[in-house]
Write a new protein. Structure first.
Length: 399
Protein backbone atom coordinates (compact mmCIF):
# COMPACT_ATOMS: atom_id res chain seq x y z
CA UNK A 1 0.00 0.00 0.00
CA UNK A 2 1.52 3.31 -1.05
CA UNK A 3 1.74 6.16 1.44
CA UNK A 4 -0.55 9.02 0.47
CA UNK A 5 0.83 12.47 -0.09
CA UNK A 6 -1.77 14.15 2.06
CA UNK A 7 -1.59 14.01 5.84
CA UNK A 8 -4.42 13.07 8.16
CA UNK A 9 -6.51 15.90 9.46
CA UNK A 10 -6.50 16.61 13.17
CA UNK A 11 -9.44 15.10 15.01
CA UNK A 12 -11.56 17.86 16.53
CA UNK A 13 -11.24 18.16 20.26
CA UNK A 14 -14.91 19.05 20.77
CA UNK A 15 -16.37 15.97 22.41
CA UNK A 16 -19.95 17.11 21.69
CA UNK A 17 -19.42 16.15 18.02
CA UNK A 18 -20.56 12.72 16.87
CA UNK A 19 -17.50 10.44 17.11
CA UNK A 20 -16.34 9.20 13.73
CA UNK A 21 -15.26 5.63 13.14
CA UNK A 22 -13.56 4.10 10.12
CA UNK A 23 -14.60 0.48 9.59
CA UNK A 24 -12.34 -1.46 7.24
CA UNK A 25 -13.96 -4.80 6.44
CA UNK A 26 -14.18 -6.62 3.10
CA UNK A 27 -16.99 -8.99 4.11
CA UNK A 28 -20.05 -6.97 3.15
CA UNK A 29 -22.62 -8.71 5.36
CA UNK A 30 -20.45 -8.44 8.47
CA UNK A 31 -19.69 -4.81 7.66
CA UNK A 32 -23.41 -4.01 7.49
CA UNK A 33 -24.04 -5.60 10.90
CA UNK A 34 -21.13 -3.82 12.58
CA UNK A 35 -22.07 -0.51 10.96
CA UNK A 36 -25.65 -0.80 12.19
CA UNK A 37 -24.63 -1.66 15.76
CA UNK A 38 -22.06 1.12 16.05
CA UNK A 39 -24.34 3.67 14.41
CA UNK A 40 -26.98 2.84 17.01
CA UNK A 41 -24.27 3.31 19.65
CA UNK A 42 -23.77 6.89 18.47
CA UNK A 43 -20.92 6.64 15.95
CA UNK A 44 -20.72 8.14 12.50
CA UNK A 45 -19.43 5.09 10.62
CA UNK A 46 -17.50 5.23 7.35
CA UNK A 47 -17.09 1.85 5.69
CA UNK A 48 -14.07 0.99 3.52
CA UNK A 49 -14.10 -2.45 1.82
CA UNK A 50 -10.35 -2.55 1.12
CA UNK A 51 -7.01 -0.94 1.92
CA UNK A 52 -7.06 1.55 -0.96
CA UNK A 53 -10.45 3.01 0.02
CA UNK A 54 -9.37 3.09 3.66
CA UNK A 55 -6.16 4.90 2.74
CA UNK A 56 -8.09 7.54 0.84
CA UNK A 57 -10.53 7.97 3.72
CA UNK A 58 -7.70 8.45 6.20
CA UNK A 59 -6.24 11.27 4.14
CA UNK A 60 -9.50 13.14 3.55
CA UNK A 61 -11.38 12.73 6.82
CA UNK A 62 -10.64 12.66 10.51
CA UNK A 63 -11.54 9.71 12.71
CA UNK A 64 -11.74 9.04 16.42
CA UNK A 65 -11.41 5.26 16.11
CA UNK A 66 -10.27 2.86 13.37
CA UNK A 67 -11.68 -0.70 13.37
CA UNK A 68 -10.09 -2.95 10.76
CA UNK A 69 -9.91 -6.54 9.66
CA UNK A 70 -6.34 -7.81 9.30
CA UNK A 71 -6.83 -9.64 5.98
CA UNK A 72 -7.87 -7.12 3.32
CA UNK A 73 -7.76 -6.86 -0.47
CA UNK A 74 -4.78 -4.73 -1.49
CA UNK A 75 -3.34 -4.40 2.01
CA UNK A 76 -3.37 -5.92 5.46
CA UNK A 77 -4.74 -4.41 8.62
CA UNK A 78 -1.17 -4.19 9.87
CA UNK A 79 -0.27 -2.17 6.75
CA UNK A 80 -3.19 0.11 7.53
CA UNK A 81 -2.09 0.44 11.14
CA UNK A 82 1.38 1.41 9.98
CA UNK A 83 -0.13 4.03 7.68
CA UNK A 84 -2.25 5.46 10.48
CA UNK A 85 0.79 5.76 12.73
CA UNK A 86 2.74 7.62 10.05
CA UNK A 87 0.22 10.43 10.14
CA UNK A 88 -1.55 10.29 13.49
CA UNK A 89 -0.19 9.30 16.87
CA UNK A 90 -3.36 9.29 18.89
CA UNK A 91 -6.20 7.67 16.91
CA UNK A 92 -6.79 4.24 18.46
CA UNK A 93 -6.81 1.23 16.13
CA UNK A 94 -8.57 -2.06 16.82
CA UNK A 95 -7.68 -5.03 14.62
CA UNK A 96 -9.90 -8.06 14.00
CA UNK A 97 -8.96 -11.40 12.47
CA UNK A 98 -10.45 -14.80 11.84
CA UNK A 99 -6.97 -16.32 11.64
CA UNK A 100 -4.84 -14.96 14.51
CA UNK A 101 -1.11 -15.66 14.33
CA UNK A 102 1.79 -14.81 16.57
CA UNK A 103 3.39 -12.82 13.75
CA UNK A 104 0.41 -10.52 13.15
CA UNK A 105 -0.20 -10.17 16.89
CA UNK A 106 3.42 -9.13 17.40
CA UNK A 107 3.29 -6.62 14.56
CA UNK A 108 0.05 -5.18 15.90
CA UNK A 109 1.52 -4.71 19.35
CA UNK A 110 4.72 -3.14 18.01
CA UNK A 111 2.75 -0.62 15.97
CA UNK A 112 0.50 0.27 18.84
CA UNK A 113 -2.81 -1.46 18.10
CA UNK A 114 -5.10 -0.84 21.05
CA UNK A 115 -6.71 -4.28 20.80
CA UNK A 116 -6.34 -7.43 18.73
CA UNK A 117 -9.66 -9.29 18.53
CA UNK A 118 -10.30 -12.80 17.23
CA UNK A 119 -13.38 -13.29 15.08
CA UNK A 120 -16.19 -13.93 15.60
CA UNK A 121 -16.34 -11.03 18.05
CA UNK A 122 -19.54 -10.81 20.13
CA UNK A 123 -21.18 -7.52 19.24
CA UNK A 124 -21.46 -6.38 22.86
CA UNK A 125 -17.73 -7.02 23.32
CA UNK A 126 -16.96 -5.15 20.11
CA UNK A 127 -19.10 -2.19 21.16
CA UNK A 128 -17.37 -2.08 24.56
CA UNK A 129 -13.93 -2.19 22.90
CA UNK A 130 -14.81 0.66 20.55
CA UNK A 131 -16.20 2.76 23.42
CA UNK A 132 -13.03 2.23 25.44
CA UNK A 133 -10.92 3.11 22.40
CA UNK A 134 -12.81 6.37 21.94
CA UNK A 135 -12.18 7.42 25.54
CA UNK A 136 -8.49 6.49 25.46
CA UNK A 137 -7.99 8.34 22.18
CA UNK A 138 -9.56 11.48 23.61
CA UNK A 139 -7.31 11.22 26.67
CA UNK A 140 -4.21 10.83 24.50
CA UNK A 141 -5.12 13.87 22.44
CA UNK A 142 -5.86 15.93 25.55
CA UNK A 143 -2.48 14.96 27.00
CA UNK A 144 -0.69 16.04 23.83
CA UNK A 145 -2.51 19.38 23.82
CA UNK A 146 -1.56 19.93 27.46
CA UNK A 147 2.10 19.17 26.73
CA UNK A 148 2.05 21.54 23.78
CA UNK A 149 0.61 24.24 26.02
CA UNK A 150 3.61 24.01 28.34
CA UNK A 151 6.04 23.79 25.39
CA UNK A 152 7.06 20.20 26.04
CA UNK A 153 5.54 18.68 22.95
CA UNK A 154 8.79 18.20 21.07
CA UNK A 155 10.03 15.71 23.66
CA UNK A 156 6.77 13.82 24.15
CA UNK A 157 5.84 12.58 20.73
CA UNK A 158 3.39 9.80 21.30
CA UNK A 159 3.43 6.12 22.01
CA UNK A 160 6.32 3.86 21.11
CA UNK A 161 4.68 2.81 17.85
CA UNK A 162 4.15 6.36 16.65
CA UNK A 163 7.60 7.37 17.78
CA UNK A 164 9.11 4.43 15.89
CA UNK A 165 7.45 5.49 12.64
CA UNK A 166 8.59 9.08 13.01
CA UNK A 167 12.10 8.03 13.96
CA UNK A 168 12.29 5.85 10.85
CA UNK A 169 11.23 8.83 8.75
CA UNK A 170 13.84 11.00 10.45
CA UNK A 171 16.57 8.44 9.70
CA UNK A 172 15.47 8.21 6.07
CA UNK A 173 15.80 11.99 5.72
CA UNK A 174 19.10 12.33 7.62
CA UNK A 175 21.77 14.60 6.26
CA UNK A 176 24.91 16.11 7.75
CA UNK A 177 25.81 19.79 7.74
CA UNK A 178 29.44 20.99 7.71
CA UNK A 179 30.54 23.58 10.29
CA UNK A 180 34.15 24.74 10.00
CA UNK A 181 36.69 24.42 12.80
CA UNK A 182 39.51 26.91 12.45
CA UNK A 183 43.09 26.85 13.67
CA UNK A 184 43.47 29.94 15.86
CA UNK A 185 47.06 30.63 14.79
CA UNK A 186 46.94 29.77 11.12
CA UNK A 187 43.43 31.22 10.63
CA UNK A 188 42.46 28.44 8.26
CA UNK A 189 39.97 25.60 8.28
CA UNK A 190 41.53 22.41 9.58
CA UNK A 191 38.34 20.41 10.22
CA UNK A 192 34.57 20.38 10.02
CA UNK A 193 32.11 19.14 12.57
CA UNK A 194 29.36 17.07 10.98
CA UNK A 195 26.05 18.20 12.45
CA UNK A 196 22.91 16.09 12.34
CA UNK A 197 19.94 17.38 10.35
CA UNK A 198 16.59 15.78 9.58
CA UNK A 199 13.50 16.75 7.62
CA UNK A 200 11.08 15.07 10.04
CA UNK A 201 9.02 17.95 11.56
CA UNK A 202 8.04 16.06 14.72
CA UNK A 203 11.75 15.57 15.55
CA UNK A 204 12.85 19.13 14.83
CA UNK A 205 16.42 19.11 16.17
CA UNK A 206 19.29 16.70 16.86
CA UNK A 207 18.34 16.43 20.52
CA UNK A 208 14.86 15.23 19.62
CA UNK A 209 16.25 12.62 17.23
CA UNK A 210 18.69 11.38 19.88
CA UNK A 211 15.91 11.28 22.48
CA UNK A 212 13.88 9.11 20.12
CA UNK A 213 16.84 6.82 19.46
CA UNK A 214 17.38 6.36 23.19
CA UNK A 215 13.72 5.60 23.86
CA UNK A 216 13.61 3.09 21.02
CA UNK A 217 16.97 1.43 21.84
CA UNK A 218 18.08 2.52 18.38
CA UNK A 219 21.25 4.45 19.23
CA UNK A 220 23.42 1.97 17.32
CA UNK A 221 21.16 2.15 14.26
CA UNK A 222 21.22 5.94 14.24
CA UNK A 223 24.98 6.05 14.77
CA UNK A 224 25.63 3.68 11.87
CA UNK A 225 23.63 5.90 9.52
CA UNK A 226 25.50 9.00 10.69
CA UNK A 227 28.89 7.34 10.24
CA UNK A 228 27.93 6.18 6.76
CA UNK A 229 26.98 9.73 5.77
CA UNK A 230 30.18 11.07 7.33
CA UNK A 231 32.27 8.65 5.28
CA UNK A 232 30.60 9.86 2.11
CA UNK A 233 31.27 13.47 3.14
CA UNK A 234 35.04 12.99 2.77
CA UNK A 235 34.61 13.09 -1.00
CA UNK A 236 33.41 16.70 -0.70
CA UNK A 237 36.33 18.05 1.30
CA UNK A 238 38.57 20.56 -0.49
CA UNK A 239 41.82 19.16 0.93
CA UNK A 240 43.14 15.77 2.13
CA UNK A 241 44.58 17.59 5.15
CA UNK A 242 41.13 18.39 6.55
CA UNK A 243 39.61 16.21 9.27
CA UNK A 244 36.02 15.57 10.26
CA UNK A 245 34.60 15.67 13.78
CA UNK A 246 31.85 13.04 13.95
CA UNK A 247 29.53 12.97 16.95
CA UNK A 248 29.31 9.65 18.75
CA UNK A 249 26.76 8.85 21.43
CA UNK A 250 28.53 7.22 24.38
CA UNK A 251 26.49 4.04 23.93
CA UNK A 252 27.87 3.68 20.41
CA UNK A 253 31.14 2.66 22.04
CA UNK A 254 29.45 -0.72 22.63
CA UNK A 255 28.49 -1.16 18.95
CA UNK A 256 30.65 -3.90 17.35
CA UNK A 257 30.25 -2.30 13.92
CA UNK A 258 32.20 0.74 15.09
CA UNK A 259 35.33 -1.45 15.29
CA UNK A 260 34.70 -3.60 12.20
CA UNK A 261 37.40 -3.73 9.55
CA UNK A 262 34.91 -2.82 6.84
CA UNK A 263 33.25 0.02 8.79
CA UNK A 264 32.45 2.98 6.48
CA UNK A 265 34.67 5.40 8.39
CA UNK A 266 37.56 2.95 8.68
CA UNK A 267 39.13 4.07 5.42
CA UNK A 268 39.37 7.62 6.76
CA UNK A 269 40.03 6.84 10.43
CA UNK A 270 43.21 8.93 10.66
CA UNK A 271 41.23 11.98 9.56
CA UNK A 272 38.34 11.37 11.96
CA UNK A 273 37.87 12.81 15.42
CA UNK A 274 35.12 10.93 17.23
CA UNK A 275 33.37 13.49 19.39
CA UNK A 276 31.90 11.65 22.36
CA UNK A 277 28.64 13.25 23.41
CA UNK A 278 27.88 12.24 26.98
CA UNK A 279 24.11 12.23 27.32
CA UNK A 280 24.60 9.62 30.02
CA UNK A 281 27.52 8.88 32.28
CA UNK A 282 30.29 6.66 30.92
CA UNK A 283 30.30 4.93 34.29
CA UNK A 284 27.24 2.95 33.19
CA UNK A 285 29.22 1.38 30.33
CA UNK A 286 31.76 -1.43 30.60
CA UNK A 287 35.32 -1.75 29.36
CA UNK A 288 35.51 1.80 28.01
CA UNK A 289 39.33 2.24 28.32
CA UNK A 290 40.00 -0.82 26.15
CA UNK A 291 37.38 0.30 23.64
CA UNK A 292 39.07 3.69 23.40
CA UNK A 293 42.42 1.98 22.81
CA UNK A 294 40.91 -0.12 20.04
CA UNK A 295 39.65 3.02 18.32
CA UNK A 296 43.09 4.59 18.53
CA UNK A 297 44.65 1.44 17.13
CA UNK A 298 42.33 1.86 14.15
CA UNK A 299 43.57 5.44 13.70
CA UNK A 300 40.75 7.47 15.23
CA UNK A 301 41.25 10.37 17.60
CA UNK A 302 38.82 11.06 20.43
CA UNK A 303 37.29 14.33 21.56
CA UNK A 304 35.17 15.03 24.62
CA UNK A 305 32.23 17.32 23.96
CA UNK A 306 30.81 20.01 26.24
CA UNK A 307 33.64 20.34 28.77
CA UNK A 308 32.14 22.37 31.57
CA UNK A 309 28.66 20.89 31.24
CA UNK A 310 26.84 17.58 31.55
CA UNK A 311 28.73 14.48 32.64
CA UNK A 312 32.19 15.41 31.35
CA UNK A 313 34.44 15.07 34.39
CA UNK A 314 37.32 13.11 35.87
CA UNK A 315 35.89 9.75 34.79
CA UNK A 316 35.69 10.93 31.19
CA UNK A 317 39.34 11.91 31.06
CA UNK A 318 40.66 8.81 32.81
CA UNK A 319 38.63 6.39 30.67
CA UNK A 320 38.86 8.07 27.27
CA UNK A 321 42.14 10.01 27.47
CA UNK A 322 40.98 12.31 24.67
CA UNK A 323 43.26 14.10 22.23
CA UNK A 324 40.78 16.96 21.92
CA UNK A 325 38.35 18.64 24.31
CA UNK A 326 35.58 21.05 23.40
CA UNK A 327 34.60 23.85 25.73
CA UNK A 328 30.87 24.03 26.27
CA UNK A 329 29.36 27.04 24.55
CA UNK A 330 27.91 28.22 27.86
CA UNK A 331 31.47 29.07 28.88
CA UNK A 332 32.07 30.96 25.64
CA UNK A 333 28.88 32.98 25.65
CA UNK A 334 29.66 36.59 26.64
CA UNK A 335 33.04 35.50 28.01
CA UNK A 336 34.47 38.98 27.48
CA UNK A 337 32.07 40.31 30.10
CA UNK A 338 32.83 37.69 32.75
CA UNK A 339 36.15 37.59 34.57
CA UNK A 340 35.07 34.32 36.21
CA UNK A 341 34.51 32.60 32.85
CA UNK A 342 37.85 33.87 31.62
CA UNK A 343 39.66 32.42 34.64
CA UNK A 344 37.88 29.08 34.28
CA UNK A 345 38.57 28.81 30.55
CA UNK A 346 42.19 29.88 30.94
CA UNK A 347 42.69 27.20 33.60
CA UNK A 348 41.07 24.55 31.40
CA UNK A 349 43.24 25.49 28.45
CA UNK A 350 46.40 25.37 30.57
CA UNK A 351 45.55 21.99 32.10
CA UNK A 352 44.58 20.49 28.76
CA UNK A 353 47.80 21.71 27.21
CA UNK A 354 49.78 20.06 30.02
CA UNK A 355 48.09 16.79 29.06
CA UNK A 356 48.75 17.34 25.33
CA UNK A 357 45.07 17.88 24.58
CA UNK A 358 43.97 20.44 22.02
CA UNK A 359 41.05 22.70 22.98
CA UNK A 360 38.15 23.73 20.75
CA UNK A 361 36.02 26.71 21.75
CA UNK A 362 32.60 26.22 20.17
CA UNK A 363 29.66 28.58 20.04
CA UNK A 364 31.62 31.72 19.12
CA UNK A 365 28.99 34.16 17.88
CA UNK A 366 30.54 37.63 18.20
CA UNK A 367 33.77 39.44 17.42
CA UNK A 368 34.23 40.09 21.14
CA UNK A 369 33.98 36.40 22.03
CA UNK A 370 36.45 35.54 19.29
CA UNK A 371 38.95 38.12 20.50
CA UNK A 372 38.70 37.04 24.13
CA UNK A 373 39.00 33.32 23.35
CA UNK A 374 41.99 34.06 21.14
CA UNK A 375 43.70 36.01 23.90
CA UNK A 376 43.21 33.08 26.28
CA UNK A 377 45.18 30.82 23.95
CA UNK A 378 42.54 28.42 22.64
CA UNK A 379 43.81 26.15 19.85
CA UNK A 380 40.73 25.71 17.66
CA UNK A 381 37.70 27.91 17.06
CA UNK A 382 34.13 27.14 16.03
CA UNK A 383 30.86 29.04 15.91
CA UNK A 384 28.36 30.94 13.81
CA UNK A 385 30.60 34.02 13.73
CA UNK A 386 33.26 31.97 11.95
CA UNK A 387 31.02 29.83 9.78
CA UNK A 388 27.46 28.57 9.93
CA UNK A 389 26.60 24.93 9.24
CA UNK A 390 26.12 24.34 5.51
CA UNK A 391 25.28 21.48 3.19
CA UNK A 392 28.75 21.63 1.64
CA UNK A 393 32.17 22.53 3.07
CA UNK A 394 33.17 26.16 2.79
CA UNK A 395 36.53 27.00 1.26
CA UNK A 396 37.40 29.71 3.79
CA UNK A 397 36.11 30.96 7.16
CA UNK A 398 33.90 34.01 7.29
CA UNK A 399 36.48 36.07 9.17
Amino acid sequence: MEHPTKSLRSIPGDQTLTPRLLLVEDEASLARVISRVLTQAGFDVTHAPDGAVASEALTTKSFDVVLSDITLPGATGVDLLRLVRVYDLDVPVILMTGNPTIETATQAVELGALQYLAKPVPLDQLQAAVGRALTLGQLARAKREALATVNEGSRHIGDRAGLSVRFDRAVESLRLAFQPIIDARQRKIVAYEMLLRSSEPSLPDPGAVLDAAERLDAVHHLGRQIRLLAARAFRLLPSPDISLFVNLHAHELTDPELYAGDAPLGEYARRVVLEITERASLESLSDIPSRARRLRDLGYRIAVDDLGAGYAGLTTFTTLEPEVVKLDMSLVRNIGQSATKQRVVQSMIRLCREMSMRVVAEGIETREELACIGDLGCDLLQGYYLGKPADSPAATPLV
